[in-house]
Design a protein around this ligand. Sequence first.
Ligand code: 2AM
Ligand code: CA
Ligand code: CA
Ligand code: CA
Length: 269
Amino acid sequence: MDSATRENIYLAAKKWILEAGKQIRENIDKPIEVGSKTNPNDLVTSMDKNTEKYFLEKIKTNYPNHFLLSEEGFGDVLHTLDGIVWIIDPIDGTMNFVQQKRNFAISIGIYHDGIGEIGLIYNVMEDVLYHAKRGEGAYKDEYKLPPLNTNMVLEESVIGLNHLWLCENKLVDEKYMQKLIKTARGSRTYGSAALELAFVAEGILEGYLTMGLSPWDFAAGMILIEEVGGITTNIDGGSIDMLQRNSVFAGNPTVHKQIITNFLSKGRK
Ligand code: 2AM
Ligand code: CA
Ligand code: CA
Ligand code: CA
């Protein structure tokens, strides 16, 4: 993708994400229809669906050749990432949207033939936009995020993860996860994968570890993290499949290596 094309698409995506976020903010206290999907805690609302439809309409009108891969099912059914694909989560952190009214995001990753070109993560209630274009660095609003500190160690790190990692689970022996938590300086659970990936890019989390995420959860975050020298893999250190559900482990490269070597590979079931 040439830089003029990238700039044109970036400006449109930025305008639409800010507008969609504004709509959500303005309606945050209105009653909302809440349903559940795969289990009673897997929530979806009319706002998730309407926001996705908003992007669908904007993309198909302005860029009829582009594709949309998105969570709520209004996008395209894709078997490849050929062409230009917008990978969108209309609300990442729906439970936070419903019950906390904060700490949720809109996430947009734009890929060309499988290469991440543009990433946008909008922290809606704080009105903070994380954004990146491939090769041009990552930003938090107007502020350019510095490269991650490669001298960082786990003992001084804050790690983002869901507490279910500390319960019996199918992926990693919980004893090793408990050791990991005790070795780290601290741990946090924000409940929005996209925001937690943005926080890794910002350098306020040294790692973020999840059992299973879909492309719309990580497509934008991976681009931001790449731009600051971070790394995103599955929990075995292998590459992420952009069309499937994956375990995801993003982090500062030094701390990422330390965690894989000393905890994940040892405790892996
Ligand atoms: P979501 O809010 O868009 O569904 C914490 O729940 C994080 O994991 C959120 O980013 C959430 O995204 C994501 N997630 C992925 N799959 C999920 C599922 N089946 N149920 C709940 N959250 C899920
Ligand atoms: Ca969901
Ligand atoms: Ca999500
Ligand atoms: Ca979602």
